[in-house]
Design a protein around this ligand. Structure first.
Ligand code: ZN
Length: 496
């Protein structure tokens, strides 16, 4: 390895380390930090954002980057690392260091205020903080792309994606969701979730979640499972941290959160060990990340085969609670379609309507067409239009998600993209592993992990998400696989 390449490797790996330290502080804030620590922590986040910015924009390392780029063609991994670092550097050079640091500080504070405001259902208490976040994030977006600030923010989560490319995709998702919802509602079939809504002690739920995560392949030597106000996964490789939340009267909350977060965690634990500190050794995009969580949560976790595996284990873990329930009954209960207020608990079909609403609202906020003060009304009006529901209070409405308080604008589309990618990936997997259902029913999840590992985990960030999708499935991203899957599954459950 020549001197330039060595220096490039050191620089890119230091940047990667700093990014991971920020993740760790974020996790600590959400899970362990005492409430009074928030101001100190937000100053630490501000300092680190400044350090990271200076490290990425270092002029000497920038020159090395260009020299390495000029002769990286023969080495695809090095060329991919150069591409990722050049993108990070170009981005950082456009955003003043002070702005990036101030955004980090304000988002640190706003997350704690969001948690309090959500608990109290008090949007007014949170409003000034969210106004600061939106103002700063919008400034960042405008610094990156004065014409299309939202696209610049979207690109942070889904490289190469634009609002213009999402619009037709999302409008097809909306139309086909409405069509299928009308068929479900017109079927007359009565399906409910009552089996999940019995008394399930939280301690037993927690033990079951750990066992399920391990069954799916989560390595507890290289990860943790904790509680937080909003389920999420942070960290990577040999230190992957999942959080979930429990509802004593609803087993489905923790169960599906475990499936979802374990999907994220398996992706992170599965990254190429030889490239774990390299920029293109990381996950491809947040859309691909959400495809991994939604694949385990929905394609696997709502299948009849999964419940054939899971129900006997549930009966063992919760003696006497499920004696009257068989596989068909619980599999149907896992697929109830009912427009509801909370995104993370939404059914597989109407889930995307929640995302489409958030997408419209955040595009308007970043575009300066919607004021934060008008956000609750716009939310409530949107919920009526999209899902036909009245929102009783802001806790069940605009305050339910952590993303905007954390400055994560442009993230929400990742979920619907993830649903689309997941169905397309799983369709391909099914062609190559025809007995996948029989294996799921026996709890043999290794075949799914191995398939994903070769095609997705270990590919890291070598390709843009759109390219990865074509490589894995042989065709560009399409709405068809998701709706083919939903139609097959829901016609069984609702017998239409
Ligand atoms: Zn997720």
């Amino acid at each position: 390895m020549d001197d330039d390449t060595r220096r490039f490797r050191q620089w890119s790996r230091e940047v990667q380390d700093l990014i991971r330290v920020v993740w760790l502080l974020d996790w600590d804030q959400a899970v362990l930090m005492p409430p009074a620590g928030v101001r100190q922590r937000s100053e630490q986040l501000k300092t680190l954002a400044g350090v990271l910015h200076r490290r990425i924009t270092d002029p000497g390392d920038g020159e090395v980057l260009e020299r390495v780029a000029a002769r990286a063609d023969g080495d695809p991994d090095l060329a991919a690392d150069v591409r990722v670092m050049r993108h990070r550097r170009d981005r950082a050079l456009k955003v003043p260091a002070d702005l990036e640091a101030e955004r980090a500080r304000v988002c640190g504070l706003a997350q704690r205020e969001w948690e309090r405001a959500r608990e109290a259902g008090d949007f007014e208490a949170f409003r000034p903080y969210l106004e600061d976040v939106v103002r700063l994030v919008r400034e960042v977006g405008l610094a990156l792309d004065p014409e299309h600030p939202y696209d610049a923010l979207l690109d942070d989560h889904e490289p190469g994606m634009t609002e213009a490319a999402l619009r037709p995709l999302f409008s097809e998702v909306e139309d086909r969701t409405r069509g299928l919802l009308a068929r479900v509602q017109g079927s007359g079939a009565v399906v409910n979730r009552a089996v999940f809504e019995r008394d399930y002690p939280v301690a037993d739920q927690e033990a079951f979640a750990r066992r399920l995560a391990a069954d799916l392949g989560f390595d507890f030597e290289a990860g943790r499972l904790d509680r937080s106000a909003h389920p999420f996964t942070a960290g990577s490789f040999r230190d992957v941290r999942m959080t979930i939340r429990h509802d004593p009267g609803n087993l489905a909350t923790a169960l599906f959160a475990t499936l979802h977060e374990t999907g994220h965690a398996l992706y992170e634990q599965g990254i190429d060990p030889d490239r774990e500190r390299d920029p293109s050794g990381q996950s491809c995009s947040m859309g691909i990340h959400e495809s991994q969580s939604r694949l385990w949560e929905n394609l696997v976790g709502r299948s009849r085969a999964f419940w054939a595996f899971c129900l006997p284990r549930l009966k063992e873990a919760f003696p006497g609670r499920l004696d009257d329930v068989d596989t068909d009954a619980i599999a149907r209960a896992a697929n109830v379609v009912r427009p509801s207020l909370i995104r993370v608990e939404a059914d597989e079909l109407t889930y995307n309507l929640h995302i489409l609403l958030r997408f419209d609202l955040e595009v308007a906020l970043i575009g300066g067409r919607l004021a934060v003060a008008d956000l609750p009304d716009a939310w409530n009006e949107g919920m009526r239009r999209m899902l036909g529901l009245d929102v009783p209070d802001d806790r069940m409405g605009v305050l339910q998600d952590v993303h905007w308080s954390a400055g994560m604008f442009g993230y929400f589309p990742s979920y619907t993209l993830g649903n689309l990618y997941a169905a397309q990936f799983f369709g391909r997997l099914r062609e190559e592993v025809p007995d996948v259902d029989a294996r799921i029913a026996r709890g043999e999840f290794g075949c799914i992990r191995e398939w994903l590992s070769v095609r997705i985990y270990r590919e890291g960030r070598r390709h843009l998400p759109a390219e990865l999708c074509e490589r894995v499935t042989g065709r560009p991203l399409s709405v068809d696989p998701l709706f083919d899957h939903l139609e097959r599954r829901l016609s069984e459950v609702y017998r239409f």
